[in-house]
Design a protein around this ligand. Structure first.
Ligand code: HEC
Length: 160
């Protein structure tokens, strides 16, 4: 009788142990699966963002080399001489003309944020891809924001 009771207790202990290890196994498995899923979804989000963010990074280099001397590092330009790109209504509302101006140059009277400018920007000899990159940079810097990325094809389609 005494022995039987002991074995019963043992059995109970083993059963509890077994349940515990099953629960542990399940939790380990669940943990193993969770990071894989997070990883996959991160990759998807990254893919959507990288194209634009890579273009912006390349565009920043181009901006420093080709545009900064006039439009300045903060994109504010110089009043009455070099128009601003930061907060520019021209850049925001004239997407095609902006691409055209970088591609082929711009001169004659324009108004940016109500201020008149009558000067000249010579064409800078950039490739279509470089123009797309610098457009993406100036349209997403200094508080500027765009919802549609400029592509090389879009630049290529703009003729003189
Ligand atoms: C030598 C000075 C100079 C350089 C370099 C220059 N710009 Fe300009 N930019 C100007 C001037 C001056 C105007 C206004 C032209 C006018 O009055 O018709 C202008 C106008 C613009 C405009 C339209 C007006 C506005 O402010 O939104 C954009 C967009 C622009 N530039 C972008 C660029 C980009 C991008 C680069 C580099 C790839 C660049 N510029 C390089 C002088 C320059």
């Amino acid at each position: 009788m005494f022995i039987k009771l002991k074995t019963k207790k043992r059995l109970k202990q083993i059963l509890i142990l077994e349940i515990c290890s099953i629960v542990f196994c399940i939790s380990v498995l669940a943990k193993q699966q969770a990071p894989t899923e997070t990883y996959i979804s991160n990759v998807n989000i990254d893919n959507q963002e990288t194209e634009l963010s890579k273009s912006i990074t390349r565009g920043e280099e181009i901006y420093i080399d080709f545009c900064m001397q006039c439009h300045l590092a903060d994109g504010k330009g110089t009043p009455k001489v070099f128009p601003p790109l930061a907060g520019s209504d021209w850049l925001l509302n004239k997407r095609k003309e902006s691409i055209h101006s970088i591609k082929f140059g711009l001169n004659g009277p324009i108004k940016v944020n109500g201020e008149p400018y009558n000067s000249a920007m010579t064409p800078l000899g950039l490739e279509n891809e470089e123009i797309a990159d610098v457009m993406n940079y100036i349209m997403n810097s200094w508080g500027n924001m765009q919802d549609k990325m400029v592509t090389t094809e879009e630049v290529a389609a703009i003729k003189k």
